[in-house]
Design a protein around this ligand. Structure first.
Ligand SMILES: Cc1cc2nc3c(=O)[nH]c(=O)nc-3n(C[C@H](O)[C@H](O)[C@H](O)COP(=O)(O)OP(=O)(O)OC[C@H]3O[C@@H](n4cnc5c(N)ncnc54)[C@H](O)[C@@H]3O)c2cc1C
Length: 509
């Protein structure tokens, strides 16, 4: 194969347009011809509204103006996810995007907190977290100044309308030279010798040849699976939820800067507040609940009138055996799917794009680059899988068949090791790759009542009274910083990111 100069992206959902935007920007001026094919008739999956903080880096690298992006996609700020009824019925906690308290002498703050409980401290670890307290009060502002101060050591993400984000990135990509072709692909031609994809043919008869194909065709995996038969590693014995019902509704109440995930008897339900509406969905395991019952549970819990008919989605959790096979790189749902409990899909798209850009073939596709890409993405998927599974197994619930199923489950070794290190002395095993940093693991494990038996012995060197005073100072500073923070609706307005879809409420109203 000669120089790689023609790329065909198949699919115009979030994955397709994120790939087009990044490739057209990163390889601008390098004679790379990018064509994206999408079919309006087939459409997109139409969900995927909550993100992780990493998306800011993606947008920044493309030079996207944050306010313009937020207005165009009806986006809200997201400080974390609130989990309700996961540890026990009635429990709730927030997994924030940020660390707790402030570290001292390289020791994690939660180690001091663990010891302080022996001294009678009854304050939640969450009360030392600016993003948790701000989220609980519906407030938001951009982190400012020194990252070592309370009120600055946190991150944030967005909740947005996925179809508007795809549209936004489409204009961006077209401005950067991506050619868009509308039409349905109904034939894929393979090279008789190498088995690589040579071209795709549309219903109209138009043929698109390329050196490299990015398969963003969604669950069907038109190139990676239907044409190349790459195979799928099925993880449904670990993450068995396999269906979802999604429906948007009118918003009610304050504009909250977080996503909510409420555990149910056979799955869980999401609530994602956007500027112009609220996204809702029920993810469930069809073994233990009928589609009708899942739909009626969702519809009866909406905060306002629904804005569309409920949409049903089917999936099997797992990943493609090879993400990159021959000259096809699968990105998005074609690469695999883990349920949206921690809003990781768009992030995994971003990881795939980053790895592709870094390993982009120059003259020929090299086996070692494919291997590196596949190893990297496999680790990313596995680590997200473990983190999601943690939510189902770190629980005291046994009130339904689904919860009892998780009680007797054999865990992946990687997750078992992580839980054991935590329960022994509050240590979070560190990963080389992996989306979720130790504070996220701390949030979920403690939030679901997995309290370590001991703490790091180095904390015992500190005088208990001085340590308790320090903790109290940090708690007060956190509360004061939150008290001085505007409501999210006010901030959107001040910041120039309000789309005009909803009225502004002052903090505390
Ligand atoms: C229930 C649910 C909830 C989710 N929630 C979140 C979330 O909160 N956060 C998050 O990060 N992610 C979430 N996701 C995942 C997220 O929706 C997807 O990762 C994201 O939308 C990317 O989808 P995609 O672009 O890979 O596929 P799709 O949106 O399905 O796009 C596929 C594209 O391929 C095109 N296509 C397919 N076949 C052909 C053909 N033959 N010819 C031409 N074009 C074709 C289609 O027209 C379309 O443009 C969720 C997913 C599900 C199922």
């Amino acid at each position: 194969m000669g120089r790689i100069s023609r790329i065909c992206i198949l699919g115009g959902g979030t994955a397709g347009w994120m790939s087009a935007a990044a490739l057209s920007r990163k390889f601008k001026g390098l004679d790379l011809e990018i064509t994206l094919v999408e079919s309006d008739q087939i459409g997109t999956v139409g969900v995927g509204e909550a993100t992780l903080p990493h998306i800011r880096l993606f947008n920044q690298a493309l030079g996207i103006d944050e306010q313009n992006f937020m207005k165009s996609t009806e986006a809200t700020f997201k400080l974390g996810i609130q989990f309700c009824d996961w540890g026990r019925l009635g429990d709730h906690y927030i997994h924030p995007f940020g660390d707790y308290g402030l570290p001292l002498d390289d020791l994690d703050f939660h180690q001091f907190w663990l010891r302080s409980r022996q001294g009678g401290n009854k304050v939640r670890l969450s009360d030392y977290s600016y993003p948790v307290l701000a989220a609980e009060k519906g407030r938001f502002r951009i982190p400012e100044g020194d990252v070592n101060t309370i009120g600055s050591n946190f991150g944030y993400a967005y909740q947005f309308d996925a179809s508007l984000y795809a549209r936004f990135l489409r204009s961006y990509s077209e401005e950067n030279g991506t050619r868009r072709v509308e039409g349905r692909v109904n034939d894929v031609e393979l090279d008789g010798e190498t088995g690589a994809v040579r071209s795709v043919t549309l219903e109209s008869g138009a043929k698109i040849e390329a050196d490299l194909f990015v398969d963003c065709s969604g669950f069907r995996g038109l190139l990676i699976e239907q044409a190349l038969e790459t195979g799928y590693e099925d993880w449904s014995h670990w993450l068995p939820c396999n269906r979802a019902i999604a429906v948007p509704c009118e918003s009610r109440g304050e504009l909250l800067p977080y996503t909510r995930a409420t555990a149910r008897t056979a799955g869980w339900q999401w609530r994602i507040p956007l500027q112009h509406r609220t996204g809702n969905g029920h993810v469930y395991w069809n073994e233990f609940i009928s589609d009708d019952e899942a739909t009626s549970q969702l519809m009866s819990s909406l905060e306002g009138p629904s804005l569309a008919d409920p949409k049903q989605l089917f999936f099997k959790t797992g990943r493609r055996k090879k993400f990159w096979n021959r000259n096809v790189v699968s990105i998005g749902l074609s690469a695999g799917f883990l349920e949206p409990l921690e809003s990781t899909s768009i992030h995994l798209i971003q990881e795939g794009i980053t790895a592709l850009v870094e390993l982009f073939p120059i003259d020929a596709i090299e086996a070692q680059d494919i291997a590196e890409y596949n190893d990297r993405m496999a680790l990313n998927f596995e680590r997200v899988r473990d983190f999601l599974l943690l939510h189902y197994v770190a629980t005291q619930r046994d009130d339904s068949e689904m919860w009892r199923y998780f009680r007797s489950m054999e865990l992946p070794d990687s997750l078992q090791e992580k839980i054991s290190a935590w329960t022994a002395r509050g240590y979070v095993l560190k990963y080389e790759f992996g989306t979720f940093l130790p504070p996220s693991w701390v949030a979920v494990m403690l939030g679901q009542n997995l309290v370590p038996e001991s703490h790091d012995p180095r904390v015992d060197r500190y005088d208990m009274t001085t340590m308790m005073e320090r903790l109290e100072r940090i708690r007060m500073e956190t509360a004061q910083a939150v008290a001085a923070t505007p409501s999210q609706a006010e901030f959107l307005q001040q910041y120039g990111a309000a789309s005009g879809s909803r009225p502004v409420l002052a903090a505390g109203h």
